[in-house]
Design a protein around this ligand. Structure first.
Ligand code: PMV
Length: 344
């Protein structure tokens, strides 16, 4: 029985996909498998207080202020998971959340935000059912997070995480993500510096973008390509010597994601002129310095600069000297592959 009130607090990280999920079916089923790096510094911290009540209700505070604009998304989320978490039907939730990065700027705030709430809910479930295993705890957190936002399914696990049924990955599932543990330590310590090219809200949300893959002329080829890229990448990730292939797939995935947007009906562009300028400078730096630096993009204008830890000192300096001036207020976020969510 729930001792009311019960409080759970988690930090959960954002993630950046290397093979992109773009296109989905009903009930947040991905059209293709994906794999991501779990980030570290870009995260959401969420405290949820559960009180017993007559029916499900909630309030949400973002950075200490009641935030009405988030209500519809959270309401939809809580109602859609009620069947899996019946104990919520008599709960009042106070959700207090804050991000270390701007929301709706192409950094997956929905991934960290939804996974953090899902983990708080699982902490409550664990109190109600103390026997549930750690494996079940995280798998169900991933399952619930996915219902809130597809890519959130990947945020509950550390380092490298895949999601979506794939012929190459044993036990892969469309319903839950799973940690990919065979990667060489070289990739497990990768750096990701996010260039905040544009902090503004995206002109087209990812929900709309996924929807435009329905009937997209290149959709089927794209879904096949993602499966092929994932198959190739999981082998590459086991071998530090294959970093050039890593770069080729990761950059191609980023550009293909945006190519899908540009060839949707209606078409749209989320990149900004400085997105392309940053890519050119990254390519120039790679060539001139025999570096393994590369980039990826999320559904937004910001650029994720990826580089091995052994290049950190030089690349950090290059970012400060040459790339930060392309960013809004020169803002960059130095981050790296992280160890996953933490209960506070
Ligand atoms: O989780 P959503 O619905 O916000 O979709 C995210 C899609 C991308 O971030 C563009 C790619 C991915 O796999 O994370």
């Amino acid at each position: 029985q729930l001792q009311s009130p019960f409080t759970a607090e988690w930090t959960s990280p954002s993630n950046i996909a290397l093979v992109k999920y773009w296109g989905k079916y009903d009930k947040q089923i991905p059209a293709n498998p994906s794999i991501s790096f779990t980030l570290n510094n870009c995260h959401t911290q969420t405290k949820t207080t559960f009180n017993t009540a007559n029916e499900l209700s909630f309030e949400i505070c973002v950075n200490g202020k009641e935030e009405k604009s988030f209500r519809p998304k959270i309401e939809k989320f809580l109602n859609s998971i009620l069947g899996y978490c019946p104990y919520l039907s008599t709960a009042r939730l106070k959700i207090e959340t804050s991000n270390t990065f701007p929301h709706s700027s192409g950094i997956a705030s929905s991934a960290s935000g939804m996974s953090a709430i899902a983990l708080c809910i699982m902490s409550l479930e664990k109190v109600l059912n103390p026997g549930l295993s750690e494996e079940y705890f995280y798998a169900k957190a991933s399952f619930l997070a996915r219902i809130g936002s597809g890519s959130a399914a990947r945020s509950v696990y550390p380092t490298l995480v895949s999601w979506g049924k794939s012929e190459t990955l044993n036990h892969s599932s469309d319903l839950v993500a799973s940690p990919y543990i065979q990667a060489a330590s070289f990739y497990q310590t990768y750096q990701d510096c996010i260039l905040i090219i544009d902090e503004g809200e995206k002109v087209v949300s990812s929900t709309v973008g996924h929807g435009l893959m329905n009937g997209h002329p290149f959709a089927e080829n794209r879904f096949e390509q993602a499966e092929e890229n994932l198959t190739e990448l999981i082998h590459i990730l086991q071998d530090e010597q294959k970093v050039d292939d890593f770069i080729r797939i990761v950059e191609s995935e980023a550009l293909t994601l945006h190519a899908m947007m540009m060839t949707s009906n209606p078409y749209f562009i989320l990149m900004k002129p400085n997105t392309l300028k940053a890519i050119e400078l990254i390519w120039k730096y790679r060539k001139e310095n025999n570096s393994k630096i590369c980039f990826t993009l999320d559904a937004g204008a910001n650029v994720h600069v990826l580089y091995p830890q052994n290049e950190k000192t030089n690349v950090d300096q290059f970012i400060i000297d040459e790339l930060s001036s392309l960013c809004q207020d020169s803002r960059v976020i130095f981050d790296h592959v992280g160890k996953g969510p933490v209960r506070l």
